[in-house]
Design a protein around this ligand. Structure first.
Ligand code: 5GP
Length: 131
């Protein structure tokens, strides 16, 4: 059965898109640690990120680098943090989180609850900065 992220890529489940290429897709995490928290995924489904073959793995991280640059431009932050967990969704994904301090990257903390309009606004801002 397709993962929830494959269903997002296929447009069966809505998402707040930030960037897209033929192989990769970036969208806002629905339970964000900070405004601008983004997930970057390969369209091709692989559960464990370190099982992705080398070329696609490199391309995925280069794509994430471009997305991180867009986040840094669009969202006031000191840095963009990077994490790979995969404890919940079995479809490889990179978390990109705008950081003011290291505590912003604590995945155990309460997530933000944002309105659809705020999600839309943030996604649009980041996508406009994506090069
Ligand atoms: P992980 O697998 O890295 O432990 O966590 C999965 C992440 O995906 C979580 O941060 C969760 O909020 C996010 N997530 C799970 N389901 C959805 C969804 O349907 N849409 C979006 N945008 N994010 C999701």
């Amino acid at each position: 059965m397709a993962t929830i992220f494959t269903r997002i890529v296929n447009g069966e489940i809505p998402s707040y898109k930030v960037a897209e290429s033929d192989k990769f897709y970036a969208f806002l995490d629905i339970n964000p640690l900070a405004q601008g928290h983004t997930l970057v995924i390969p369209k091709q489904e692989t559960d464990y990120i370190f099982d992705i073959e080398d070329k696609e793995y490199q391309e995925l991280f280069l794509f994430a680098k471009r997305v991180a640059a867009a986040i840094k431009k669009a969202i006031p932050c000191k840095r963009v943090g990077v994490a790979v967990l995969g404890m919940e969704v079995p479809h490889a994904h990179i978390h990109l989180v705008p950081l003011q301090s290291e505590g912003d990257m604590d995945f155990r903390k309460a997530k933000l609850s944002l309105t659809p309009d705020t999600f839309k606004e943030i996604a649009e801002k980041i996508s406009l900065s994506f090069e």
